[in-house]
Ligand binder design. Structure first.
Ligand code: VG1
Ligand code: CO
Length: 545
C-alpha cells in the first residue's frame, strides 16, 4: 500500500450551510468532489496527525462509498485511528457521544439529515470537533476558504474492500481502523441519564408506545433501548430498518411527513405515547393520543419537569433556544430563575454555551431538543426524557402540556415553509423585506396587531464574542406576537422560505383554538409585509408544521 497524492481543482459552492455541506447525491458522485471537501477539512485542522477520528453516517445512499474514501484519506493524512460504526452507521448524537466518551480529536458525520435520500436524493457531510459539537462558523468558513484553493488530496491506495461490517480492529496503511458497535456507547449514556427502572415498569403496566424510525438510522438505537433494555413489546418500533432511500419518504418527523404515525396515534385504541425521529436521529416529534406537541412546547415542558429525571436532578444552569423557537421556554426559565439564551438557527451556536456551563437544555422549533450530555440535538434522548416523565408522574402527554399552558400560557406556534422558490426571487423577497425594516416599526396591521419593532437578528456569542449577522428578519408586535422570516440553509434545490409565527395567549379559556386559526391574522400580515405570494408566484406554503 502507498499514499497517493492526487491533483485536483476546486469545486465552487463547498460552503457548509446550517448543518454541514449538503448536495444532491449526483454532485457528491463527481470524481474528487467528496475528496476535495474532506482534504479541506483535514488541512484546516492543525495537529490531527496521530489522533483519533470518529466516522459514521445515517446509512443513506452513498454512505458506504464515502466511508471507504474517508478511511483511505484519514490514513493518508496521518490519523492514528478511526473509530467507525459497524456498517458505516452512527447517528449524529452517537457520533457526538463517541467523540466525547473516547476523547477523540473530532468526527465526520455523513448525513443530509431530514432531506430525502436515494440516488436522486441528497447526501451530506459535517465535521464535529473535540467537544462533540458541530464545527463553529469560524471553522466552517476556514474549511470553505480552503476548498476554494485546493490543488491536491492524499489518499491511501487501498482499493475499496475495507471491511467495516465486522466488529474489531484492522490496519489500513499506518492507521488502525476500529469497527465499533454503533449503539453501545450511546445506550450506556442514556442509561446513566434516565430512570430505566421506572420506564420498564411503565411498559410492564401495559402502557403502549409507538416509535417511528422512518427507515432511518434511529431504528437500531430505538430497538436496542426501547424493546431491548426497557422491555417494550416487539413492534413498538416501526420502520426500524435503516434503508438507503428511507423507503422513498422524507425522514422528517413532523405531522406532515410522519403520516403513518399520525394515523396510528389517533382514535381510542391509539398508544399512550408516539414519537419519531429523522434521518440522522437528532430530531424528535412527540405525540400523545390524538395530541401533537410542538417542539417549542416540548422544550418548555422538559425544562419545567427536568428535576424529575436523574440526569438533571441538580437543576438547570440555563436554557438556550434558537431565535425562531417560541418563547414558551423563556417563561419556564424566568420561573426557575435561570437565563434563557436566544441564538441563531443551527445547533453549532449552542456549543459554546454548553461548554461554558451556561445552558443545560437547548431546543429548536424544527423538532430539535438536546442537553449538555452531548453537543448535538438528540432525538431518542428527547423521547426517553418524555417517557421518563410519563413514567414518574403517571400523567399523559396531553395532561402535561395542558397543565403547562394553564400555568404559563399558550404560545400558539406554526412554521410555514415555501419550498422550491427560484433563488433570485427568494433573495429579492428578503432584500425588499430588509429594505422595508426602518419603516415597519409602529405600523398598525389591523386585528389589534401593531409592530413594535422590526430588525434583522444578529447574535454576539457571549463566550467568544464572535458576531453572526443576518440571521432572520423579525417583526415583534406590541402584544408579544412575532413573525420571523429566513431562508433555509439546508436545502439543495432553489430556496426555501421559512415563516415562523407565534402568538401568546395567557387565558386557559382560549387554549383550544385550532392553531392556524389562532394565527390567522399573523399569516395575513406575513404575506402583506413580505409579499410572499407576489414574489414566489405560489398560492400557499408547501409544508405547514
Ligand atoms: C433546519 C432547521 C434548523 C436545524 C437544521 C439542521 O435548518 O431549521 O433548526 O438546526 O435544519 O437540522 P434550515 O437552515 O433549513 O432552516 V438537521 O436534523 O436537518 O441536521
Ligand atoms: Co437531523
Amino acid at each position: 500500500m502507498s499514499i497517493q497524492t492526487v491533483p485536483t481543482r476546486p469545486f465552487p459552492g463547498q460552503r457548509p450551510g446550517t448543518s454541514g455541506l449538503r448536495k444532491k447525491v449526483v454532485v457528491f458522485q463527481q470524481p474528487h468532489y467528496l475528496e476535495n471537501f474532506v482534504q479541506a477539512v483535514f488541512d484546516t485542522l492543525p495537529g490531527h496527525e496521530g489522533q483519533t477520528l470518529v466516522l459514521g453516517g445515517d446509512g443513506r445512499f452513498h454512505n458506504r462509498v464515502a466511508v471507504c474514501t474517508i478511511l483511505r484519506m484519514a490514513a493518508a493524512n496521518g490519523f492514528a485511528r478511526v473509530l467507525v460504526g459497524r456498517g458505516g452507521l452512527l447517528s449524529t448524537p452517537a457520533v457526538s457521544a463517541v467523540i466525547r466518551g473516547r476523547g477523540a480529536f473530532g468526527g465526520l458525520i455523513l448525513s443530509a439529515s431530514h432531506n430525502p435520500g436515494g440516488p436522486e436524493g441528497d447526501f451530506g457531510i459535517k465535521y464535529n470537533a473535540a467537544n462533540g459539537g458541530p464545527a463553529p462558523e469560524k471553522l466552517t468558513e476556514a474549511i470553505y476558504a480552503r476548498s476554494t484553493e485546493i490543488a491536491e488530496y492524499r489518499i491511501e491506495d487501498a482499493g475499496a474492500d475495507i471491511d467495516f461490517d465486522t466488529l474489531g480492529t484492522r490496519t489500513l496503511g499506518g492507521m488502525t481502523v476500529e469497527v465499533i458497535d454503533p449503539v453501545a456507547d450511546y445506550a450506556e449514556l442514556m442509561q446513566q441519564l434516565f430512570d430505566f427502572d421506572a420506564m420498564r415498569a411503565w411498559f410492564a403496566a401495559g402502557h403502549r408506545m409507538r416509535f417511528d424510525a422512518m427507515s432511518a438510522v434511529s431504528g437500531p438505537y430505538a430497538r436496542a433501548i426501547l424493546e431491548g433494555r426497557l422491555g417494550a413489546p416487539a413492534g413498538t418500533v416501526i420502520n426500524g430498518e435503516p434503508l438507503e432511500d428511507f423507503g422513498g419518504h422524507h425522514p422528517d418527523p413532523n405531522p406532515a411527513h410522519a403520516a403513518e404515525l399520525m394515523a396510528a396515534m389517533s382514535g381510542p385504541g391509539a398508544p399512550d405515547f408516539g414519537a419519531a425521529s429523522d434521518g440522522d436521529a437528532d430530531r424528535n416529534m412527540i405525540l400523545g393520543r390524538d395530541f401533537v406537541v410542538t417542539p417549542s412546547d416540548s422544550l418548555a415542558v422538559l425544562a419545567e419537569h427536568a428535576t424529575q429525571v436523574p440526569g438533571y436532578r441538580a437543576g438547570l444552569a440555563g436554557i438556550a433556544r434558537s431565535m425562531p423557537t417560541s418563547r414558551a421556554a423563556d417563561k419556564v426559565a424566568a420561573a426557575l430563575g435561570i437565563p434563557c439564551h436566544e441564538t441563531p438557527t443551527g445547533w453549532k451556536f449552542f456549543g459554546n454555551l454548553l461548554d461554558a456551563g451556561q445552558a443545560t437544555l437547548c431546543g429548536e422549533e424544527s423538532y430539535g431538543t438536546g442537553s449538555n450530555h452531548v453537543r448535538e440535538k438528540d432525538g431518542l434522548w428527547a423521547v426517553l426524557f418524555w417517557l421518563n416523565l410519563l413514567a414518574t408522574t403517571g400523567r399523559s402527554v396531553e395532561d402535561l402540556v395542558r397543565a403547562h399552558w394553564a400555568r404559563f400560557g399558550r404560545h400558539y406556534y406554526s412554521r410555514h415553509d415555501w419550498e422550491g422558490i427560484p433563488s433570485e426571487r427568494a433573495d429579492a423577497l428578503m432584500a425588499e423585506l430588509r429594505a422595508s425594516l426602518p419603516a415597519l416599526a409602529g405600523r398598525d396591521c389591523g386585528d389589534g396587531l401593531r409592530i413594535a419593532s422590526a430588525d434583522d437578528f444578529a447574535y454576539t456569542d457571549p463566550v467568544d464574542g464572535s458576531v453572526s449577522t443576518r440571521q432572520g428578519v423579525r417583526l415583534l408586535f406590541a402584544d408579544g406576537s412575532r413573525i420571523v422570516f429566513r431562508l433555509s440553509g439546508t436545502g439543495t434545490e432553489g430556496a426555501t422560505l421559512r415563516v415562523y409565527l407565534e402568538r401568546f395567549d395567557a387565558d386557559p379559556a382560549r387554549h383550544d383554538q385550532p392553531v392556524q386559526q389562532a394565527l390567522g391574522a399573523l399569516i395575513r400580515i406575513a404575506d402583506e409585509v413580505a409579499g410572499i405570494r407576489r414574489h414566489s408566484g405560489m398560492e400557499g406554503p408547501t409544508v405547514v408544521t
